[in-house]
Design a protein around this ligand. Structure first.
Ligand SMILES: O=C(O)COP(=O)(O)O
Ligand SMILES: [Mg+2]
Length: 210
C-alpha cells in the first residue's frame, strides 16, 4: 500500500492536560501567571523549548534555559497522566494496518516523552518507525524529518498533521498531506495541504484517494 506518517500532539493525542499541568508547575515556581489549555495549544508545534520560550515571551520574560530543562524533566515524568487519544484513533489505526498501510510517527516532541505516551496509550505497537524531535539534528518543518520517518520506503506515502510545520515538511518532501482539522492548528495552517479531514476516522477513506 504505502506509508502513512502521523504527527503526534494534536493529531493522535490530545496532550494539552499534561502540558498545561507541567507548565503551571513551572509558572508557580517562577511566580508567573498560569497558562490555560487554549493558550498552550496556540504555542505547540515546534517542540518544548520553543513552547517555554513562547510562554515566557507572553509574560514579558526572556528565554531561560534552566526553566526549559526543568519543564522538560517534569513534563516527561508526567507525560501520560491526563493526555488522551482523539476519538477512534485505535480503531482507525487497526483498520489502516488491516488494509496494508505501514504506519509511522513524525513528531517534534522529544523521544523520551513520545515513547512514554505511545506506550501508555497502547498505540506504540502500530508504528514501524517513530521519528521524534530530538532523534535527528533537524525537525519539522524540515522535510528531512519526514523522510527519516519514511525510513527509505519509496512507495506511496502520506503525512497527517495538525500544524503548518507538518504541511511544510510534506510539501518539501513531495508527500501529500492530510490536515488534521480536529487538532490545535488554526484553519489557515492547512494552506498547501492536499486535503482536510474533520475526524481521525476520515483518514481511512481519504488515504485511498491520495
Ligand atoms: O511538541 C510539540 O510542540 C509538537 O509536537 P507534534 O510535532 O507532535 O505536534
Ligand atoms: Mg501536532
Amino acid at each position: 500500500m504505502g506509508t502513512i506518517v502521523f504527527d503526534l500532539d494534536g493529531t493522535l493525542v490530545d496532550a494539552l492536560p499534561d502540558f498545561t499541568d507541567a507548565m503551571n508547575r513551572l509558572m508557580a515556581a517562577m511566580a508567573l501567571t498560569p497558562v490555560t489549555g487554549p493558550e498552550i495549544a496556540g504555542y505547540l508545534g515546534d517542540g518544548p523549548r520553543v513552547l517555554v520560550e513562547r510562554v515566557l515571551t507572553a509574560r514579558g520574560k526572556p528565554m531561560d534555559e534552566s526553566a526549559h530543562a526543568a519543564f522538560l524533566t517534569d513534563y516527561t515524568a508526567h507525560a501520560a497522566e491526563g493526555s488522551l487519544l482523539f476519538p477512534n484513533v485505535t480503531e482507525t489505526l487497526e483498520e489502516l494496518a488491516k488494509r496494508g498501510w505501514r504506519l509511522a510517527v513524525c513528531t517534534n516532541k522529544p523521544a523520551a516523552a513520545t515513547e512514554i505516551l505511545l506506550l501508555a496509550l497502547d498505540i506504540r505497537r502500530f508504528f514501524a518507525t517513530v521519528s521524534a524531535g530530538d532523534s535527528h539534528p533537524f525537525k519539522k518543518p524540515d522535510p528531512r524529518h519526514l523522510l527519516a520517518a519514511l525510513a527509505g520506503e519509496t512507495g506511496r506515502s502520506i503525512m497527517v498533521g495538525d500544524h503548518r510545520n507538518d504541511v511544510q515538511a510534506a510539501l518539501g518532501a513531495g508527500v501529500p498531506c492530510i490536515f488534521a482539522g480536529w487538532g490545535y492548528g488554526k484553519p489557515e495552517m492547512a494552506a498547501g495541504a492536499t486535503a482536510v479531514a474533520g475526524r481521525f476516522a476520515d483518514v481511512v477513506e481519504l488515504a485511498e484517494t491520495l
